[in-house]
Design a protein around this ligand. Structure first.
Ligand code: C5P
Length: 238
């Protein structure tokens, strides 16, 4: 895979106008654009439209988590929008995971398009050991992530989102075909922001990541295009 196709730029903006400007600026530089809850709640399906109409790939990160029947419907709708990948919470359980995969396949077949990938969030990177305890989960974070990943893979999920800290461990426990995606990417020259468990682009890929979600190191750079080029160079030199 060429380095640029490993980069998912996070469109963490509130308006379609800003999103469109980023798509125009970075469309030839990165492989993917991520639409999350903020932008989708503000502007809806039209945002996916501007990415797809530009011939680019969309990672719809809405982290579906509901009863299987509802997630089935949500994934069918997102597939109809032509999202190329979308997220669910693995903690929704086996039936929910299978409903998501089935919906993606059935809707893609009926639209005559390729099946989007269903990506499972193993554990939110904002949670720690204490938070797990508060939810009555009394086991080490790593064991929890391991169970989540095992559940997802047992049900044939297409990919996993995990923190950079868990990459090597997750990679070692999943089939080779399963895509691994990680946020928390910080090149050495970028500010850390609120990210704690971080990795550089090279380190994340060496540890087993296929795709990197990157926002502020690009969006807050003085020259975002130059920042992407530096990141691509670093990935290539790993
Ligand atoms: O920190 P950065 O701006 O690169 O974040 C890009 C994306 O990564 C955000 O859209 C957010 O959803 C995701 N993220 C995450 N876990 C974090 C921080 C950010 O999943 N700890």
């Amino acid at each position: 895979m060429v380095a640029k196709d490993r980069i998912i730029f996070a469109l963490d903006v509130g308006t379609i106008k800003e999103a469109h400007e980023w798509v125009k600026l970075l469309g030839t530089q990165v492989g993917w654009f991520k639409v999350g809850l903020e932008l989708f709640s503000a502007e809806g399906p039209a945002v996916v439209g501007i990415i797809k109409e530009s011939g680019l790939r969309c990672f719809l990160d809405l982290k579906f988590h509901d009863i299987p029947n509802t997630v089935y419907g949500a994934v069918r709708s997102a597939t109809k929008l032509r999202a190329d990948m979308m997220t669910i919470h693995i903690s929704g359980g086996a039936d929910m995971i299978r409903a998501a995969l089935k919906a993606a396949q059935e809707e893609a077949l009926s639209c005559g398009i390729s099946t989007p990938k269903i990506i499972g969030v193993s554990m939110l990177t904002s949670l720690n050991q204490e938070d797990l305890g508060d939810m009555g989960i009394h086991r080490p974070v790593k064991d929890h992530v391991k169970s989540m990943v095992a559940l997802a893979c047992k049900n044939s999920i297409d990919g996993i989102v995990c923190s950079p800290a868990d990459l090597a461990f997750v990679r070692a426990h999943i089939p080779a075909r399963t895509t691994v995606i990680t946020p928390g990417i910080r090149p050495d020259w970028a500010s850390k922001g609120d990210q704690k468990r971080i990795a550089s682009p090279q380190a994340a890929i060496r540890a087993g990541a296929d795709l990197l979600v990157i926002g502020r190191p690009i969006s807050q750079a003085d020259d975002p295009v130059e920042a992407v080029k530096r990141i691509v160079g670093e990935i290539d030199s790993r």
